[in-house]
Design a protein around this ligand. Structure first.
Ligand code: FBP
Length: 552
């Protein structure tokens, strides 16, 4: 069999477009709004983007298409981690481009931004693109994490575009990639290359979000996939009644994924990194917080539960960050080879004890040996500890076990605590996109082409009003510079799109906060089940709880 039955069925799915893009290309008119300015640091951003700053927000509407009739040769790039729906952005772009003129062409630069500077590409046709409609993954052209940010890269990119007669580039990526899209657009405009650049908002992490981006694509499908798995584990926990499951979920620094999964499944515990930082919680306080839930549930005869841990949480624990900084210093330069030459863990332990301040060592010594060793094994190319590789789900379960042992010794706790560990990340990044992501992504791609056709550059493809049915979605574009501010990155001031962390005053967190004490003690699990692609709209077209709460 060449295709699974679902894959075959999904090829036939017709993604829904916003009303204003449904009328046929000839009837898509444009309406310009007011001029924009960046969210902060206006003078600095304006000076860095003299050609693309301050442009007007636009929306499309039913009306006469007044765009330029020139032949378009568009290049598309997928950038960064996979997110469900990426294929549909490309399909929407291709369909709008071909519906406008059969002469138009779409190039796919392979394996991320490096494909553009290496001139590694394919040219799409119907038979190739049809194999990818409504499917997960980025394998249509591959993705990569190379950044297009130096003048040399831009110059090579301009040469490649000139060679193929490329009129526009669409970059599908997260906050960094869309920042780079704006910088590239400015370079192309300043050098009068005539090449436009349009960005599309992607990432399962949900941290590319602001007043113009209601949700990044992929977040919907990925969180529904993780929530299905968390719900299944909850049901198993509630059936077997013998395990505490510690589940780490992806999301890098932000806890949007963890929070959404918690809203979908009502686990006993969900840590929110942003709250940990705000309250300056220590590892011991977090462990006590979880142990309290274990103890209270044990007192009711429930020696089981589920705890969700966001991927980046340890970075938000102030004492842990201090430890990491000291370890980075301890191994800086050639000290790393001195450490590496020590033969046994005991010798290394003594080296660490002598090298760290007593405060940092106090944190280090309470960590389980496995985590202690991880801190010294995995280093990034700059020699720093890779915090994302720390198995925080194991770290917290072992700290909780230690707390419970103390409580047992004092006679205040008499339950059983058996922990199991999981990490959900890659399971969700390439899932078949939900109807929401299929529709949203197709619309983003279709809309991106209309922005190109109307001559815009340095714009983000914007589709909004997303908690309403797709017919009521609003399609248009926003200058990327509007989302920018200046931040210190690697010792330099850089114009960047502000990363969105979980807002502790926002409605999703407030809902969670109002309910979590009950969830911690009682069994209030919700079982969302698998994503449904066919059936009643109230089952198949539901948006995330986060989006629904934000827009209620
Ligand atoms: P993007 O920010 O590029 O969308 O990637 C997000 C992510 O999935 C994170 O959640 C995760 O920490 C990271 O990518 C994993 O990266 P890799 O694919 O390189 O293992």
């Amino acid at each position: 069999m060449k295709y699974s039955p679902l894959q075959k069925a999904r090829y036939e799915y017709n993604p829904k477009l916003p009303e204003m893009l449904r009328n046929g290309i000839a009837d898509i008119g444009v309406k310009e709004g007011s001029e924009t300015q960046s969210v902060a640091d206006q003078d600095a951003i304006k000076a860095l983007f003299p050609n693309t700053y301050g442009k007007k927000e636009i929306i499309f509407q039913k009306g006469q298409n007044t765009s330029n009739a020139k032949k378009q040769i568009v290049g598309v790039i997928l950038s960064g981690g996979q997110a469900p729906g990426g294929h549909n952005v490309v399909c929407g772009l291709y369909d709008a481009l071909k519906a406008t003129s059969k002469e138009n062409e779409l190039y796919g630069f392979k394996n991320g931004p490096s494909g553009l500077i290496e001139d590694d590409y394919l040219v799409f046709d119907d038979s190739y693109i049809n194999e990818f409609r409504n499917t997960g993954g980025f394998d249509i052209i591959g993705s990569g994490r190379t950044k297009l940010e130096s003048e040399e890269h831009f110059a090579v990119a301009a040469e490649v575009c000139k060679k193929h007669g490329i009129t526009a580039i669409v970059i599908i990526g997260g906050d960094d990639s869309n920042t780079n899209a704006a910088v590239l657009a400015e370079y192309f405009a300043a050098n009068e290359t005539g090449v436009q650049v349009i960005g599309c908002p992607k990432t399962i992490d949900g941290d590319l979000k602001n007043e113009d981006i209601e949700i990044s694509f992929g977040f919907d499908t990925a969180t529904k996939t993780y929530s299905e798995l968390v719900g299944n584990i909850e049901r198993d926990a509630n059936s077997a009644k013998k395990y505490w499951h510690f589940i780490k979920v992806m999301g890098r620094s932000a806890s949007h994924v963890a929070l959404e999964c918690a809203l979908e499944t009502q686990p006993n515990i969900c840590l929110i990194s942003e709250e940990v930082a705000e309250k300056k919680m220590s590892l011991s306080q977090i462990a006590d917080y979880i142990a309290d839930s274990v103890e209270k549930r044990a007192a009711k005869g429930m020696n089981f539960g589920v705890a969700i841990i966001p991927e980046g949480v340890v970075e938000f624990v102030p004492e842990f960050s201090m430890l990491i900084n000291e370890i980075n210093e301890l191994l800086a330069g050639n000290k790393a080879s001195t450490f590496g030459a020590l033969a046994t863990w005991d010798e290394k332990y003594t080296f660490i004890k002598t090298g760290l301040t007593s405060e940092a060592f106090g944190v280090f010594e309470i960590l389980p040996t496995g985590i202690q060793q991880q801190l010294f094994l995995e280093r990034d190319p700059h020699g720093n500890v890779q915090v994302s590789l720390i198995e925080s789900e194991k770290l917290f379960s072992s700290l909780v076990a230690a707390k419970l042992a103390e409580r047992k010794a004092k006679g205040t706790y008499n339950g059983k605590f058996n922990a199991l560990h999981h990490f959900f990340g890659y399971e969700g990044r390439c899932a078949f996109p939900s109807n929401f992501d299929s529709d949203y992504c197709y619309s983003l791609g279709y809309n991106a082409f209309m922005l190109i056709q109307y001559g815009y550059t340095g714009y983000l493809s914007k589709v909004s009003n997303l908690s309403k049915p797709a017919t009521e979605w609003v399609a248009g574009g926003m200058p990327i510079t509007k989302m920018m501010n200046v931040e210190r990155r690697h010792g330099e001031d850089k114009p960047v799109i502000k990363k969105a962390l979980v807002e502790l005053e926002g409605k999703p967190f407030k809902f969670f906060e109002a309910n979590r004490d009950l969830w911690a003690v009682e069994t209030c699990f919700l079982y969302p089940g698998a994503i449904q692609y066919y059936g009643p709209t109230e089952v198949c077209d539901i948006v995330t709880r986060t989006l629904a709460l934000e827009q209620e």
